[in-house]
Design a binder for this molecule. Sequence first.
Ligand SMILES: O=C[C@H](O)COP(=O)(O)O
Length: 329
Amino acid sequence: MQASDTITQTQLPQVTEPRNPGMELDMDWVMSARANTSAIERRCATLPGRRSVKKDYQAAWLCRAISCIDLTTLSGDDTSGRVARLCAKARQPVRADILQALGMEGLTVGAVCVYHDMIAPAKQALAGSGIPVAAVSTGFPAGLSPFHLRVAEIEDSVKAGADEIDIVISRRHVLTGDWQALYDEMRAFRAACGPAHVKAILATGELGSLRNVARASLICMMAGADFIKTSTGKESVNATLPVSLVMIRAIREFHQRTGYRIGYKPAGGISKAKDALTYLALIKEELGDRWLRPDLFRFGASSLLGDIERQLEHHVTGAYSAKWRHPMG
Ligand SMILES: O=C[C@H](O)COP(=O)(O)O
């Protein structure tokens, strides 16, 4: 991919997929899902690891990564002011002179992701930008509040203007093998979202096995998820490459069997530009170019953008601002 390709593709109108309507729970399909851990690890070891961004095409990939970030703040001390600053960053993710040098004026992140109470300030700060607001919901991060409150929380966030809802599944349904309960829960969450797109957070670090990750991925897609997402960012193990491989292969299989493309969002602990490049390579190789757009791929990340910005600055100016030089030099 050359820088010019990325520029053109970034400025193209967003491709829209027909929404996944969901389907009946197909238990035979779910139970046939397997995950061979050693084969998955071998596959992940073949992915390119890049140390630094030296070439234009790598900078182009980083710009693509920016366009796919759900720029996130999910802290107990979030304020309207912090969210407004985050949204300003979402609108102009990289310094203007760097964007200009790359020919990437107008580049924005994919979305801003906040708690319910921060939806209104985020909507206000993003007005007119076209950048969607995603709200975490359903008792995020543990998902252990009463079911009717979790459904009501979704409805409230949609009323408050959230364009996307990131729900958390009940891990216990997976851990006890109660697949019907997981399907019914996801179906109810999807219905409560109405027009808002729904991302199903599996919290893969708490699901016990890669086979459970594969099965939970399929069930959430069968129940109508628009995206499946690895983690809340609050588990002790968040997004990993093996988990990602299992989830994106489930997405590929779902597309092959139903014709619907489901989005993928690795989240939690992705903070390095080189890791973002590895994820993009994985998506390109396993799902193809169509998934390398923000309507089908997002990084859930609070600090990835900072490292990408440093890499791009280094690429354009030959120096990191973080490396102190003489102020007059
Ligand atoms: O969904 C997004 C995650 O909560 C972000 O996690 P992070 O702060 O580790 O980047």
